[in-house]
Design a protein around this ligand. Sequence first.
Ligand code: NAP
Length: 327
Amino acid sequence: MRALLCKELGPPENLVIEEVTDPVPGRGEVVIDVRAAGFNFPDLLIIQGKYQFTPPLPFSPGGEVAGRIASLGEGVKGLRPGDRVTATTIFGGFAEKLKVSAAQITPLPESISYEVGAGFTVAYGTSYHALKQRAGLKEGESLLVLGAAGGVGLAAVEIGRAMGAKVIAAASSDEKLETACQHGAEAGINYSEEDLKARAKALGGGGVDVVYDPVGGEYSEAALRALNPGGRHLVIGFATGEIPRIRLNLTLLKECQIVGVFWGAWALRNPKDQARNMAELTALYDSGLIQPLISESYALEDYLAAFESLAGRRAQGKLVLRLGPQD
Ligand SMILES: NC(=O)c1ccc[n+]([C@@H]2O[C@H](COP(=O)([O-])OP(=O)(O)OC[C@H]3O[C@@H](n4cnc5c(N)ncnc54)[C@H](OP(=O)(O)O)[C@@H]3O)[C@@H](O)[C@H]2O)c1
C-alpha cells in the first residue's frame, strides 16, 4: 500500500509517499481500506515533534479516516468485511490501509459520504462534547466562537445554533465570517480589525454566556473579559501557538469558569457517552441541522497543499485527503 511517511521530524516538505507492507490485523483488530482521511491541526504539530506525543519514526500522520473494513482479526464481533466505518487514531491515517482496535471503529451510515465522515468525528465530536458535557450550553444562551471558520470552530457554530444558542462568530477575515454566518452564526467580529471584548459585549447584549476558544494567544483574555457573570470559557486549543496566562482574579470578579476540554481522552474514558454523542450528531446531520463544510479535498500526492492551507491560516471547515474509490 502507499502511505505518506514522516521519516524525520520537521515541516511538511520533509514528508514522502512510499510503498509499505500492508498491515495485518491481530486479535481484536480491524484493517480499514481508507477512502478518505481528515486533516486536523495536530497533524501539523505531530510531524514537527510539537504534539503531546511523538510516535516512533517512520510514521504516517492522520488522525481520522473513513472507509470500508478490509479484514478482521480473531475475536472481532459485530463487524464484517465491506462495512462502511470511520475510525479515530492519533496517527497512521494518511495511508491506503489503517490497522486499529475494533473499539476505535464507528459505523458510517450510507447517508454520510467518506469525505464528510473523514472530517466529522474529531471536529464535531470535540465541539459537541465541549458544548454539551463541559459548558452545559442552554437554549437562548449566547455563544462566542473564536476561529469560527476553522475545523472545530465551524463545528461549534453549527452545533451551538442547533442547540438553540445565539452564536457570535469571531475570526480574522470577513470571508471567514461570511462562512460562519452561512453555517448559523447571527453576527460576526473581525478580530484583526475590531476590539474583540467590546464588540462581543455589544453583540451579546452586555456579555456572552459561553466562549469556545481553539485559538489562544491574545484573543483568550479579551474573550474571557466579555463573559457574563456565571459564564464558561472553554479551553479547546492554541492554534496561535501561544498559551495565554490568565490572572485568576478575573474568574473571581465575574464568578465565571475556565473549563478545560480534552475530547480524545474523555471519549476513551467514556465510550458509551461518546457513542451516544455520535448518534445524536448523526441525527442532527440527517435532519439537516448540521452541514459539515469540506472546503478542500486532495489526492494523496497533493498533501502539501493541504498542510500549507492549515499552516497558512487559510483553511475553512475541513480538509480531506482522498485515498481510494469513493464508492
Ligand atoms: N481540546 C480538544 O479536545 C481538541 C480537539 C481537536 C482540536 N483541538 C485543537 O483545536 C485547535 C484548532 O484545531 P482545528 O483542527 O480546528 O484547526 P484549524 O482548522 O486550522 O482552525 C484553527 C483556527 O485558529 C485560528 N488561528 C489563529 N492563529 C493561527 C495560526 N497561527 N495558524 C493557524 N490558525 C490560526 C484560525 O482562525 P482565524 O484565522 O479566524 O483566527 C483557524 O481557523 C488546535 O489547537 C487543535 O489542537 C483540541
